[in-house]
Structure formats: structure tokens, C-alpha cells
Design a protein around this ligand. Sequence first.
Ligand code: TXA
Ligand code: MG
Length: 347
Amino acid sequence: MNTQIWDLRKYEENVVKYPKLNEIKETLLNDGLVAIPTETVYGLGANARNEHAVRKIYEAKGRPSDNPLIVHIHQREQLEEFVDGIDERVSKLMDVFWPGPISFILPLKTGYLCEKVTGGLNSIAVRMPSHKIGRALLQYIDEPIAAPSANLSGRPSPTKFDHVFQDLNGKVDGIVNGDQSEEGLESTVLDCTQYPFRIARPGSITTSMIEQVLPGSIQKANYFEKDKPIAPGMKYKHYSPDTPLTIVENLTHKIDNNEKWNDVVFIFPISMKYLLPENAQFIPLCDDEQDIKGANHNLYSVLHSIDSSNDIKHAYIYSFEKKDQSEAIMNRMLKAAGNEVIEGDEL
Ligand code: TXA
Ligand code: MG
């Protein structure tokens, strides 16, 4: 398949001026798959009302068919067609956090979207992205767009056009280039089908940010629950680079040079570089130990880059202190590392 590339970076402020805008719309409305930028990660979009198009998403990604998709909208009125009532409390959260990096799981009203979108569940995950280009495209197309992250299943999510191109060129109809995703981690997924609500996947909208709006509204969930996870996607192997990855906790001493570090990379805050062996490679994760936002933004890009380098046999990555804001990045890192964690003392 020939994959069209649509470079919209120069049209960020005025997407409707992009000369081939209609081509993107037509592709999506005629069964096509188009990868689009969002502020979290790139999504692989298809018309959520078209069974054939949605089936192609699962094929292109190699995604298990019981893993439901998030439906992307540009205005709340769209939900009336396929969501069975919106609770006042959910509405309040939407007022505060939308458009933005949070998806709500809501009761599904059947008959409007095709069944494949939800994998047979009676609930539906919805999100209104804030990315200028992504949002303008959703407005222009004006149909609910189902979009999982635009990577092959089990690979790190794509935060740059190049990542999408690497995984999906030749497998999808088109890719929109919209620069690097600002947030860098997938949205928070909040299950609102029961109260208190539960976080099915942590993201940059944290428990305490939600509780600030609605005190006492979140019930703690275990994201590593394999038997009965809230989000079916959480039970699959995820975000794994091919290079073995180990998380390093509590590194406080300087690691001496040694030839065993020759083909090793350390992915650490710049502020900690002085503790690392000079003969190892270094990739900055973020500015310093407090810079979680920077690390979120960079993580997937770093994971992609270690795989494309031939001379890296092992990667060690910095572990953030456990707190509300670091929950999302530590959740992704632990999955990428297959839970491999060591103490700094052991290095
Ligand atoms: O930031 C994001 O959310 C990105 C961008 C493209 O919007 N999308 C994304 O989609 O990360 P995906 O498919 O990679 O992850 C969706 C997650 C999966 O873990 C899935 O199991 C869960 O949301 N999910 C979707 N619908 C659900 C539902 N009805 N009930 C429970 N979990 C659901
Ligand atoms: Mg994904």
C-alpha cells in the first residue's frame, strides 16, 4: 500500500489553508486509516462508524481484537449519539480537563458506532484532544474517530512523525506530520461507569488533579492487575523496546569507569550525569530529578532511539521518586523494562 504523507506543520495556526485537507477527510470517510498527531501520542484514526475501517486498525497494528479503542471528538454534542447519559460529576471534569489528555469511559448507547470499536463492551472511552492540528482535523471531518496509539502493538507509542513512519509506512493510507507530541505519554483513562471513579491508566492528569475538582471521587486501582484489569489493554505486553532495559533506583555514588560499560547507555536527568561512568553512553531523560514533564515528553522518543542504535546492548534508566505526578511515567517505564529494577548500589 502506498502511504500518503501530509505535512501540516506549517499550517498549525490555520489548518483549513492546507491545500490537501479534503484528501485527508475523504480518506477517513472512505474506509481509510490516517495517523494523526495529538498532544499525548500520535493516533491511528478510522471512522468509528465504519466497521471495515475499524477492523483495519486492528490488522495494521496487530492488535488483539478484545482491546477496545478510544473515540476522539471535537465537541461534546457528538457524545449524545453514542453515550448513554453523562453524569454531572463527569461533566464537571470535562469542563476542567477538555480538550486535553484525559479519556473518560462512559456507558455506551448502542447502534451508532460499529461494535468493533468497543470489542463488545457496554462502555466506550472518549477523548477530546487539544493538539492544534489534531483538533482542527477532527473539527473538519466532524465524525467520531476511533484512534489507538499509532504504533505496532507492543512497541513504544509514537510521539514523532518518524516513529509512526517506521511502524506503519505501507500499512496505512496516510500519515499527518504535526511535529512532536507535547505531553509524550498516553492520556489518563478514567473509568466513570461506577462511582467512585477508577483510573484505568495513569497519565498527566493525575489523581490529585481530579480530586481537586471532585474530592473523594477516585478509588485506587492496581494498574498491574493481570486477571481483571479495568482497561483490557493493560494486560498485554506493552511499550517494550528490543534493547534490554533496567530501572535504577537510588543511585547516589559515582560509578567508576569499567569496560563493561562500553556498550551500555544510561538514560538519566542531565543533573545526574556526573555520577555516571564516562565511557558509557548517555541520553538525557530530562533536566533534573524534578523534571517529570520533560521526562514524559522524551521517554518514548528515547526508547525508540536506543533500538535504532546498533552499539547499545543494555540500557539503564532513572527511577523517579514515587509521587502522584510520577505515577504515569513509572507505569510506562516498568512495563517497558518488564519490571526489571535494581538499586544504584548494585552497579
Ligand atoms: O492518549 C491517548 O489516549 C492515545 C491518543 C491517540 O489519543 N490513544 C491511546 O489509545 O493510547 P490506545 O488504544 O493505545 O489505548 C487505549 C486504552 C487501552 O488500554 C484500552 O484497553 C482502554 O484504553 N480502553 C478503551 N476503551 C475502553 C473501555 N470501554 N473500557 C475499558 N478500557 C478501555
Ligand atoms: Mg497504545
